[in-house]
Design a protein around this ligand. Structure first.
Ligand code: PRP
Ligand code: URA
Ligand code: MG
Length: 224
């Protein structure tokens, strides 16, 4: 069922997510523990997203003198060719995990906030800072939450229409998505790749993901 929501959707399979998400979804989990457990989950997501960037074949010899025919991600072979773009603020949490596995990845930021006092919670995009030459890079777009899809589509519109990044060169890494957000992105940007840890059930009347975990940015940055 999952893959019909967007043509290039991967739901990361890891038994660890059940235990980690039990902690981060729990309203009783304090901010310190939220950071601890969410970063454990996001580290797995970052590795999976890296493997969805272009890879090249690499044969290596093992200590047992055998050949292993593997692959390497462009994030490891040419980090200058990848720009990790954080949708600020919550995206910065995932950026921390990406920079743990690729310290010299290029970084871009987009300040996009939902207007929480409006009925549709539309995304307000106020600031963008991207590296020169981003149009020739692969982009790892980072936001833990995909709810209505408004924030992700605002970022994608800027990358593709203003900065000429090829839609096919974008991997969107996300912790929790929902059918509404995935379908909205599919309508506008069917050629990006989406890597998500979990597809939740739906949005509630306030456009929060259900069961979800509340406001990710507030819980991660202790501003609840
Ligand atoms: C949250 C989240 C996403 C967005 C998802 O950001 O981090 O960016 O909402 O919702 P959408 O798909 O309906 O646009 P928020 O605006 O709360 O800002 P924050 O990261 O500073 O908490
Ligand atoms: N942003 C969040 O942080 N959580 C939601 O459920 C929806 C948007
Ligand atoms: Mg928020």
């Amino acid at each position: 069922m999952a893959t019909s929501l967007h043509p290039n959707l991967t739901v990361v399979k890891s038994r660890a997510f059940d235990t980690l998400f039990t902690k981060i979804r729990d309203v009783e989990t304090n901010s310190g523990d939220f950071v601890h457990y969410s970063k454990r989950a996001m580290r797995l997501l970052a590795e999976e997203a890296a493997a969805h960037l272009p890879t090249s074949p690499q044969a290596v010899t093992t200590p047992t003198n055998a050949i292993y025919n593997g692959h390497l991600s462009i994030l490891d072979t040419n980090p200058d060719g990848v720009c990790a773009v954080s949708i600020v603020r919550a995206g910065d949490s995932l950026l921390e995990c990406v920079r743990e596995i690729a310290p010299s990845v290029r970084v871009g930021k987009m300040w996009i906030q939902r207007n929480e006092s409006s009925a549709d919670k539309e995304a307000v995009h106020s600031c963008t800072k991207l590296p020169k030459g981003v149009k020739d890079m692969h982009v790892l777009l980072l936001d833990p939450m995909l709810a209505t899809g408004g924030s992700a589509c605002a970022a994608l519109s800027t990358l593709i229409k203003e900065y000429d990044v090829a839609e096919e060169n974008i991997v969107f890494a996300n912790v929790i998505s929902c059918p509404e957000g995935l379908e909205f992105v599919a309508q506008h940007y069917p050629r990006i790749k989406i890597v998500t840890c979990w597809i939740d059930d739906c949005l509630n009347e306030d456009k929060y993901i259900m069961p979800g975990l509340g406001d990710y940015g507030d819980r991660f940055f202790n501003t609840v």
